[in-house]
Design a protein around this ligand. Structure first.
Ligand SMILES: C[S@@+](CC[C@H](N)C(=O)[O-])C[C@H]1O[C@@H](n2cnc3c(N)ncnc32)[C@H](O)[C@@H]1O
Length: 236
């Protein structure tokens, strides 16, 4: 079973939103497993300290390598990828999410304060992953985002099996626009082609819209699409 193990100093934050909707139903039904490990349980001093002042001075606190190292050693005993949520990590992509969802699961370390002592990152081979170019107050919400993105791809979790294959990033493009009833809303009609019943024309319109939106909104994705996807061979 696909398993997410989350190391955090705030275990009460979990499962949080992961306990609702499709992910929550699948969790309750045993479609995936979540272990939440309280890093503080591996502290040895009277105050159960998990952080200390930064070497060299400066603001904030740093997560201690000895405590975190013990927590990781007690948790990551298999070959699941060990990821540290970190704003300086590699940006998370749908391609990476798909690869992680195909594997046995993930071990996620949530940073807090100014971050984690560099030595434990290296010694426990933690791969740093970022969910975007902004700074959260801790890794927990980032971990939830990463787990949610993986879990919805697990077999049996998502309602309609085709929805994952057609959505944004699946073919290197953003998704085409959606419409539903009423046919006219505040004077705006659903595009004629979508009510034409001609599936070939609908597919062509959706493809053209996906390409237009990607070109207009995400020049970076559009350039990658032209390089890797347009030939029909998906390599990136
Ligand atoms: C306040 S942040 C630390 C920011 C750090 N001092 C820096 O400037 O890069 C505390 C923790 O939140 C998590 N975090 C913050 N932003 C993140 C992001 N964009 N992606 C993933 N994790 C993030 C990380 O685990 C980080 O250790």
């Amino acid at each position: 079973m696909w398993r997410a193990s989350v190391l955090t100093i705030l275990p009460d934050m979990f499962p949080g939103p992961l306990g609702s909707s499709l992910a929550g139903k699948a969790l309750a039904a045993g479609g995936w497993a979540l272990d939440v490990v309280d890093i503080r349980g591996f502290a040895t001093d009277r105050h159960r300290s998990v952080d200390d002042t930064p070497a060299g001075g400066g603001p904030g606190m740093v997560m201690k390598p000895d405590v975190l190292g013990r927590a990781i050693d007690a948790t990551a005993k298999d070959d699941r990828p060990r990821l540290l949520l970190s704003p300086r990590g590699s940006p998370l992509t749908q391609g990476r999410v798909e690869a992680l969802a195909r594997g046995p699961g993930i071990v996620l370390v949530c940073g807090r304060f100014e971050g984690v002592d560099e030595r434990v990152i290296a010694a426990r081979a933690l791969e740093e992953i970022s969910i975007g170019d902004y700074v959260l107050s801790g890794g927990e919400i980032a971990a939830m985002a990463l787990i949610d993105a993986c879990v919805r791809l697990l077999p049996g979790v998502m309602g309609a099996p085709a929805s994952g294959a057609e959505e944004s990033f699946a073919d290197g493009l953003l998704e085409y626009p959606h419409y539903t009833r009423p046919q006219v809303w505040e004077g705006h009609a659903i595009p004629d082609v979508l009510i034409s019943g001609d599936h070939g024309k609908i597919a062509a319109w959706r493809r053209a819209e996906a390409e237009r939106l990607t070109r207009e909104r995400r020049p970076d994705l559009w350039a990658a699409f032209l390089r890797h996807f347009r030939s029909g061979s998906r390599t990136g």
